[in-house]
Design a binder for this molecule. Structure first.
Ligand code: ZN
Ligand code: ZN
Length: 194
């Protein structure tokens, strides 16, 4: 989505933007993220106005993606609904410290600071897609659970403990680690590095 800065005034203008599953696939590929299945396109609602030379944007988005439960591995729909705020000031002659931001400023007229809530702009129009994609990526759950009381997989036999009780409950922790499923579970926990 392009935002034409010349048209903004001190009174907020409202924009909406729908970002499809294909849009997300392209963005995820650029960021080398796992492309998630998008079940409901992302709907962005944006209000933007000028404050002196600065540009202030705020809004919200929602959409639905399929994520994988970090306990039992089942895939389930997850609704994303987040609010955002972005304060932009003119970059003028300043040059961002890292090359990626330099490129973003040239390509899309916009680069973000260390925090996603502030940045610089250059020129008369800015391209918000990369920013929107970042909002989506940040809005995704870090450790999704299909339901609060998901019991996950048995660390010994790998059975889905939501579906049925297995007979492993009495086995000591030391023995559990011998099982290939326990090793996998440990590895997965380490990779997720909580
Ligand atoms: Zn689960
Ligand atoms: Zn078991």
């Amino acid at each position: 989505m392009k935002l034409i800065l010349d048209r903004l005034t001190g009174t907020p203008s409202t924009f909406d933007y729908e970002a499809s599953a294909a849009w997300w696939r392209d963005r995820a590929r650029e960021a080398r993220d796992e492309p998630l299945e998008v079940l409901q396109p992302f709907q962005f609602l944006l209000r933007a106005h000028r404050m002196g030379e600065d540009v202030l944007c705020e809004g919200s988005f929602e959409g639905e993606v399929r994520v994988e439960c970090s306990r039992c591995g089942s895939r389930y729909p997850h609704t994303l609904r987040e609010a955002f705020r972005l304060a932009l000031e003119p970059a003028r002659n300043r040059i961002p410290a890292d090359p990626e931001s330099v490129e973003a400023l040239t390509r899309s007229g916009l680069c973000l600071g260390d925090e996603i809530e502030a940045g610089w702009f250059r020129g008369t129009e800015i391209e918000l897609d990369a920013y929107f994609a970042e909002l989506v990526a940040l809005g995704l759950p870090v450790q999704p659970v299909c339901r609060e009381d998901c019991r996950g997989l048995c660390r010994v036999c790998g059975a889905d403990r939501n579906a049925a009780e297995c007979d492993c409950a009495g086995i000591a922790e030391g023995e559990e680690r011998e099982s290939p499923f326990a090793v996998l579970a440990t590895l997965r926990d380490e990779l997720q590095g909580d």
